[in-house]
Design a protein around this ligand. Structure first.
Ligand code: ARG
Length: 491
């Protein structure tokens, strides 16, 4: 037992010498910060498989921002002298410039953005760089970076939703008096103001904004000081760090803080719902821009043509947004699945959080930017819409409600008008074509007044309670939205 453990020690000593030699030999790799405990260099495929640098390098601004606050916290705790802190911060500023200007010397063995920044810092300022990571782990560092990043991205997202809402409100202001067939089951149902239809999307998007603001409350929590999992041995003032980084709250349990990715799931959930809304909008625009409907004309700059059929103008942008919705849902499920089997606290699986998050965010931000432009520039084909609203028995419910006004129970009124519609269909007539005599053949309860109920304007304006499509109501809603959206978008 004794002999074998001393043999192991001997073997390990000579192998670690081998590591040092091989690390020196390679010009593109540098020794890992954690190489001390290892007896051979990392396998090349392992390096490629475990690196997160291609993904997390976009976090560099936040990584450096967090590191600067960490230095100041270490200084306050008297772990660093004032001069050391200043030197570290100056070094970090230089590293940041190199990264910003695209002249940062990456090497093949760089593992992630956190290690890369520290390596370069040490190259630039010498062994003092090695003090940066005192009392910190990449486990609390990475979640800090992600929270700083998300905080900013959620603001951007909020602003982009605001822009789409503004485009819809602008369109709505042009179309209070444009009446379209409202649909249920994609069958003509009742006429509505087109402005009312546009404002429905503004409502949906407002809920998305509310969900962003809610998610932000849980993103906006400062995890640094949790160390690898248990906290840190240094008397760092975490409240001070939080203040420096403008966090309103501190994580209260180090184990939870390094393993928590709920906030990423929440953001992916918000993103999925936004895409679901945009996908439903896409479906509508695809249908509405078809020759069969022809309710809207999409701007040429947002459509593409066919390589074979010269006449084609395709709604590719709405189609792709509808298509990419699956991709964003996929990212949500990816992360939920990654998390479901993880014991406390940090596990490397967590590294898989960033790729789906970044891709989902980019997809949603692009989709929103595209829709802000497309909606603003889309034109409504008023003649086509007027034609559509004039046929298809959209006013049948009005007639039934007229009969109710005359004292007929609704169920009976429904049946009378149902028979009328059936007769019209047989005689190839629309409701607008029927005379009082025709009505009275179906039921003696009809009087001359019934004909007044057969106008689209009347049908729309009778829905006059809060939330209804009456023009007065829609104008009121529109005004409210114009007021609300006038304010600069902020959470
Ligand atoms: N790159 C990792 C991530 O994105 C952070 C590194 C944590 N590594 C570790 N060995 N604890 O989550």
């Amino acid at each position: 037992m004794k002999a074998s453990s001393s043999a192991r020690r001997k073997k390990s000593f000579s192998s670690s010498q081998a590591t040092r030699i091989s690390a020196k030999k390679s010009s593109t790799t540098s020794a890992k910060a954690w190489a001390g405990r290892f007896t051979e260099p990392t396998n090349a495929l392992v390096e490629r498989f475990t690196t997160s640098l291609p993904i997390d390098r976009q976090l560099f601004e936040y990584d450096i921002q967090g590191s600067m606050a960490h230095c100041q916290t270490l200084e306050k705790a008297k772990v660093l002298s004032k001069a050391e802190c200043q030197q570290l911060i100056r070094g970090l500023t230089r590293v940041r410039s190199e990264l910003r200007e695209g002249r940062f010397p990456f090497t093949d063995s760089d593992e992630d953005i956190h290690m890369v920044v520290e390596r370069r810092l040490t190259e630039l300022i010498g062994p003092l760089g090695g003090k940066l990571h005192t009392g910190r782990s990449r486990n609390d560092q990475v979640t800090l970076d992600l929270r700083l990043y998300l905080r900013e991205q959620l603001q951007v997202l909020h602003g982009k939703i605001h822009a789409v809402q503004a485009a819809f409100v602008q369109q709505a202001s042009q179309h209070i008096n444009t009446f379209i067939p409202g649909y249920t089951h994609l069958q003509r149902a009742q006429p509505v103001s087109l402005a009312h239809h546009f404002l429905a999307y503004v409502e949906m998007l407002e809920r998305d904004k509310a969900r962003i603001a809610d998610a932000l409350r849980r993103v906006n929590v400062m995890p640094l000081g949790s160390g690898a999992l248990a906290g840190s041995n240094y008397p760092t003032d975490r409240t001070f760090t939080a203040k420096l980084l403008n966090f309103p709250a501190l994580s209260q349990n180090s184990l939870d803080a390094v393993s928590d990715r709920d906030y990423v799931v929440e953001v992916l959930n918000v993103l999925s719902l936004i895409m679901m809304h945009l996908s439903r909008l896409s479906e509508e625009l695809i249908v509405w821009s078809s020759q069969e409907f022809s309710f809207v004309e999409l701007p040429d700059g947002f459509c593409t043509g066919s390589s074979m059929m010269p006449q084609k103008k395709n709604p590719d942008v709405p189609e792709l947004i509808r298509g990419k919705t699956g991709r964003v849902y996929g990212h949500l499920v990816t992360l939920l699945t990654t998390l479901k089997g993880l014991p406390l606290s940090y596990n490397r699986d967590l590294q898989e959080d960033k790729e789906p998050l970044f891709d989902a965010l980019q997809t949603v931000l692009d989709s929103l930017s595209l829709y802000a432009g497309l909606i603003q520039r889309m034109t409504v084909r008023k003649e086509r819409v007027a034609e559509a609203v004039g046929s298809g028995f959209l006013l049948a419910t009005e007639l039934a409600d007229y009969l109710v006004q005359e004292g007929v129970p609704f169920r009976e009124a429904h049946s009378i008008v149902g028979r009328l519609v059936q007769t019209c269909i047989k005689q190839k007539q629309e409701l607008g074509d029927v005379s009082l005599d025709d009505l009275r053949t179906i039921s003696p309860r009809f009087t001359k007044k019934a004909l007044n109920f057969l106008t689209v304007e009347g049908a729309v304006d009778r829905k006059a309670q809060i939330g209804g499509t009456a023009r007065k109501q829609v104008a009121r809603q529109l005004k409210t939205w114009e007021q609300r959206l006038k304010k600069r978008p902020s959470m």
